[in-house]
Design a protein around this ligand. Structure first.
Ligand code: NDP
Ligand code: AKG
Ligand code: MG
Length: 731
């Protein structure tokens, strides 16, 4: 292809810091093989600036590219910003002199409405749905499993009589109210609310659908949610366990902050009964969390009184779990602090315990209001209580093939999720006026619709069969026949499976709970089972199983074969690890493990070799693979504490092993000769480089910002070895 290049993304937080150290190495090595590695900035800061014409709109550009066979994109994790994060980013940009407006809380003027619409495009999970124009293939590579078996982390046992459980609604929630249809022909649907008084409000004017597309809609009953929360608060208090809510306020950016707000209001029921009007008048919303509310109280005349009421609420309510007890940050402080996919497996890994106000651990009532997927975690908890902790030295693996292309399922629901303000009936209408789906709703309910196109489902079934075949592993579709949407998907799975050769393969359909139990039973015997799931379970399972199997999801191979033929290579399955940035700033130590980046690069070079017809790129891929294997064998991942090598040291070792492999290979003599001096220099200077890298540890580091760090300062911090810099920059 004429315009072959790899695009490496600048994102946020820990992965961005890691990029400052790692990318110069990648670019230097790639250049020798004639491979172009370009960068695009899709950080939350850059995406805000782009909305106001102050930066290139790299995300849109990459979104278009992802729909072509030319795409070859390496996507590091990025911030999916909650409102408090978005406001903090806006403030930092304003302080740096960028002329952007404040986030309009209650926009009334046209200007405010326009600004709000721009910010809403940046909010929450705004990158992944744009770039993920393919389905997901995430697994722990063999080398990572082998490493985990040789160096098992500890999954702690649940204590005798552990009181840890999941609480979920099970009725009147998204799962139980779901209705679903498959549309026969392309159409443009409309979503309307007919109010009890007979008025018709258009919620969505035009919802284009293709033939064979699945549409579903559901409602979460807000009164039932409040009753459920009241019950769970009483239960946690009675059982004297920690109370902890687990949502995905980032990825489910419309529904979940609202649910989070219900939890904050339920927990502090008396405070809101007494001061709710004051808080509302001051623009302090429970949806943004306790942290934002407390920070805003100083400006209120009766702020001290309200603060005392919150403190009394904390003292009287069930004990909350804490995100950071030293800093007094509770589970209810920030909607994006506790994210279900990463937090629930961490709880299981920790013997069912979270941390309380004094930093001590305790059993926990994990509240996951909607029951669609909560049963997966309860099943894991019951299994571990009964059978003991999973042993990473012996267990098998649960890789995932996830449906996500073209904003499939809940992922794409953002522009079709509404908080209902007037009771009535919500209807999804075909263009001829036929009612496809309807729900009676009450004021306060959350109603949402999702769409799942047919081509992504076909591609997902194909990917599942291919993975099952390639790895000779049973594949289980995690689908629940009793759920509206899943029943429609099951029809498609049954229709498309016969299009593939499945002879000799085990392919089954089980409900998420049964699939969890089945997969656990098998991994305990050392056997692998592919989980073939929808979009949300893709997200959950690719943290859950990796965290239990290999201690972290950072070590995942995470590939998105794009439907148009290109490749999107994600790095690991975890997030942007805000805690890691804090540690870097405090003590110049970055714990981020870039294994995910190493794993992503190899298939990206392989694709480049095909796209550009460049055999040298294939050599880069093969040698990187071997080098990553050595990296694992030699245990060069960052340690957790000062004094060991951190992220930067791990990059040095990868660079060393990769240069050695490139110098050694015989497929391309010129390339080998080019890398020989570098390999020799890095080998000779190992001790000097490691000591230069480690010498900076233990003192604060200044990167000149959080959402938009200063590039010069950050490069200085992330590249502290003059010897290594000289070797790479002069190469
Ligand atoms: N693909 C994407 O773009 C994703 C983005 N996100 C976003 O990331 C942000 C933070 O989310 P959060 O749920 O806290 O998840 P994170 O994965 O950022 O953090 C949870 C914990 O995971 C561990 N971790 C994750 N990746 C690595 C790594 N490469 N090396 C070492 N440790 C790692 C760390 O745990 P420990 O303390 O045990 O070392 C970390 O503290 C949010 O904005 C979220 O939306 C989240 C998931 C995916
Ligand atoms: O898009 C997001 O907000 C997070 C995605 C995520 O957690 C994942 O893909 O595993
Ligand atoms: Mg995830």
């Amino acid at each position: 292809m004429a315009n072959s290049r790899i695009i490496y993304t600048y994102t946020d937080e820990a992965p961005l810091l890691a990029t400052y150290s790692f990318l110069p190495i990648v670019q230097a090595y790639a250049a020798k093989a004639g491979v172009t590695v370009e960068t695009r900035d899709i950080s939350v800061a850059s995406r805000i600036l782009a909305q106001f014409g102050l930066a290139d709109d790299a995300l849109s550009e990459l979104g278009d590219l992802a729909k072509t066979s030319e795409a070859n994109i390496i996507k590091l994790p990025n911030i999916s910003a909650s409102i408090p994060q978005l406001k903090a980013a806006i403030k930092e940009l304003q302080d740096k002199g960028y002329a952007i407006p404040d986030y309009p809380e209650n926009p009334t003027t046209d200007e405010d409405k326009a600004a709000r619409a721009k910010f809403d495009k940046v909010k929450g999970s705004a990158v992944n749905p744009v770039l993920r124009e393919g389905n997901s293939d995430r697994r722990a590579p063999g080398s990572v499993k082998a490493y985990a078996k040789a160096h098992p982390h500890r999954n702690k046992a649940f204590g005798e009589g552990s009181k840890t459980n999941v609480a979920t609604m099970g009725e009147h929630d998204f799962k139980s109210n779901e209705k679903s249809v498959t549309v026969a022909a392309a159409d443009t649907l409309k979503i309307v609310l007919e109010t009890a008084s007979g008025a018709t409000l258009v919620l969505k004017e035009a919802l284009p659908v293709l033939a064979g597309e699945i549409i579903d809609a559901t409602r979460l009953d807000s009164a039932a949610l409040d009753a459920f929360l009241t019950n769970t608060l009483a239960k946690a208090k009675a059982e004297d366990v920690l109370y902890s809510v687990h949502l995905k306020a980032t990825m489910m950016k419309v529904s979940d902050p609202i649910i989070f707000g219900h939890v904050v209001r339920a927990y502090f029921k008396d405070v809101f009964a007494q001061y709710g009007a004051d808080l509302a008048a001051a623009g302090l919303s429970a949806n943004d969390g306790l942290g934002s509310i407390l920070a805003g109280l100083d400006a209120l005349p009766n702020g001290a009184e309200i603060k005392a009421a919150f403190e009394a609420g904390l003292a009287n309510g069930p004990r909350l779990s804490y995100v950071n007890s030293d800093k007094g940050i509770t589970n209810l402080h920030v909607p994006s602090d506790v994210i279900v996919d990463a937090s629930m497996p961490a709880l299981v890994r920790n013997g069912g315990k979270l941390w309380g106000v004094d930093g001590g651990e305790d059993d926990t009532l994990a509240v996951i209001p909607d029951s669609s997927y909560a049963g997966v975690y309860q099943t894991v908890i019951e299994d571990v209580k009964k059978n003991g902790p999973l042993n990473p030295a012996t267990i098998g693996s649960v890789p995932n093939v996830g449906l996500m292309a073209q904003a499939a399922e809940e992922y794409g629901s953002h522009d079709k999720t509404f908080q209902i303000d007037t009771a009535g009936t919500v209807r999804v209408l075909a263009s001829n006026g036929d009612v496809l789906i309807e729900h009676d709703v009450e004021a306060g309910d959350i109603w949402r619709a999702c769409q799942t196109k047919d081509i992504p489902v076909q591609d997902w079934v194909k990917l599942a069969v291919n993975r099952a075949r390639a790895s000779q592993t049973p594949a289980i579709f995690w689908l629940d026949e009793s759920r509206g949407h899943d029943a429609e998907i099951i029809k498609k799975v049954r229709a498309y499976l016969p299009q593939h050769d499945t002879t000799g393969l085990t392919i089954e359909i089980l409900s998420p709970e049964l699939a969890t139990a089945y997969s656990l039973e098998r991994i305990r015997k050392g056997e692998d089972t592919i989980s073939v799931t929808g979009n949300v379970l893709r997200d959950y399972n690719t943290d859950l199983f990796p965290i239990l199997e290999v201690g972290t999801s950072a070590k995942m191979l995470s590939i998105v074969p794009l439907i148009a033929g290109g490749g999107l290579f994600e790095t690991g399955a975890g997030g942007s690890a805000p805690k890691h940035v804090e540690q870097l700033v405090q003590e110049n130590y970055l714990r981020w493990d870039s294994l995910g980046e190493f794993f992503a690069l190899a298939p990206s070079f392989e694709l480049y070799a095909d796209q550009a017809g460049d055999p040298a790129a294939k050599i880069l891929a093969d040698t990187l693979d071997t080098a990553t294997g050595t990296f694992l064998e030699q245990d060069r991942s960052p340690g957790r504490a000062l004094g060991t090598i951190d992220n930067r040291g791990s990059h040095f070792y990868l660079a060393l092993y990769w240069a050695q492999e490139l110098a050694k290979q015989t497929g391309d003599a010129a390339l080998a000769a080019a890398f020989k001096p570098l390999a020799d220099a890095l080998t000779a200077d190992e001790a000097t480089i490691v000591s230069e890298l480690n010498a900076v540890q233990g003192k604060p580091a200044d990167i000149g910002g959080y959402y938009l760090p200063d590039p010069v300062k950050t490069a200085e911090v992330m590249r502290p070895s003059a010897t290594l810099n000289n070797a790479i920059d002069s190469f």
